[in-house]
Design a protein around this ligand. Structure first.
Ligand code: FAD
Length: 304
């Protein structure tokens, strides 16, 4: 592509919508309408930030100075389902929940376990979203992305370093994900969706403003009675709960009473409140169990 490709319109001082519903703004935001416009953004600013659905994101109150790109134009949200091969090709900006329902309707199984995870497909692939019902890595066939130079790269599943809540796909803008699904019984899949959603509604504060799990589930370095053995991955929520962290608060945001790995924000909460609470919880679990909790939520801070 020519270096003269036009930049999309740039919005100044743009809000960054996140599920926490707190945090600062983007000095500049772009919503490219074509791959060429996205390439132009990368060429102009290789260190830009990609905003997915904002479901796992905490933006510092001071906002960010880098260009933020949002792939919400139809160009990046298309979905193609090949019923006979089970291959589903969808844009990085496609809505994960809608995609799951479309696949279930067509009788293709493989991603229904991800229901209840709010995400763009690109964000889900980047984070390797998942949980006890499976992870997106299990269904990925390949990913197409733009690198920092704006070049298109396609990476096959076997070359992606998927692991617990990470894809290793750093420094890339995911524009398309190819999934390999398998023919299944739509009724069975629909029942599974319902079961999972019922289970989540019982155990998670779904109506609250949260980012899902704030902390990664740690691998224990030593046995913890009643919690787990050394080298096992255990629930961060269980550790926080056992340490007495439920209800801990900073300003108007608090550790959820329903699920201790969720932080709920209320009117008047700021990103600083959430960051303060994250630190409080980390200190509590460190002092009680000698375990360091790393954040799963991605934090954007102003760098200049
Ligand atoms: C109620 C609730 C429940 C949740 N439950 C779960 C759960 O069970 N399991 C789970 O794994 N997560 C869960 N989450 C967290 C969140 O849904 C996932 O992490 C999801 O994958 C985030 O996707 P997103 O599009 O919102 O990404 P964002 O939050 O917008 O961004 C997250 C990261 O992905 C990067 N990114 C986004 N899009 C792209 C792209 N196209 N290319 C490259 N990088 C990109 C961003 O730059 C950022 O670093 C939950 C969140 C909520 C609010």
């Amino acid at each position: 592509m020519s270096r003269a490709a036009t930049l999309p319109e740039i919005e100044r001082d743009a809000p960054i919508p996140t599920y926490f519903k707190v945090g600062g703004r983007a000095d500049r935001m772009a919503r490219p309408a074509t791959i060429e416009e996205l390439q132009a953004c990368l060429i102009a600013e290789p260190d830009l930030r990609v905003l997915g659905d904002g479901a796992n994101l905490l933006v510092d109150d001071a906002g960010v100075s880098e260009l933020v790109v949002k792939l919400d134009h139809p160009t990046f949200r298309g979905v193609e389902i090949n019923e006979s091969t089970g291959v589903v090709t969808a844009g990085g900006g496609a809505d994960l929940a809608k995609l799951i329902h479309a696949c279930v309707r067509t009788g293709l199984a493989g991603i229904e376990g991800l229901i209840g995870i709010p995400a763009s497909l690109g964000g889900a692939a980047f984070m390797n979203a998942g949980g006890s019902y499976g992870q997106i890595a299990d269904a990925v066939k390949s990913v197409a992305a733009l690198n920092k130079q704006g070049e298109i790269v396609r990476i096959a599943r076997e070359n992606i370093a998927f692991a617990y809540r990470t894809s290793g796909l750093f420094d890339l803008v995911i524009i398309e994900v190819e999934l390999q699904l398998t023919p299944g019984d739509p009724d069975a899949a629909r029942n599974r969706l319902k079961e999972i959603m019922d289970q989540k509604a019982r155990t998670q504060p779904l109506a609250a403003k949260t980012c899902g799990c704030v902390f990664r589930n740690p691998i224990l370095r030593h046995d913890l009675e009643g919690i787990g053995k050394a080298h096992e991955r255990v629930g961060a929520g269980l550790l926080i709960d056992r340490a007495g962290g439920k209800g801990l608060a900073c300003g108007p945001c608090a550790v959820s009473e329903r699920h201790a790995n969720f932080i709920e924000t209320s009117d008047g909460s700021t990103a600083a409140d959430i960051l303060c609470l994250i630190e409080k919880v980390q200190k509590l679990v460190q002092s009680r169990f000698d375990v360091h909790l790393e954040t799963e939520v991605v934090v954007w801070r102003r760098t200049s």
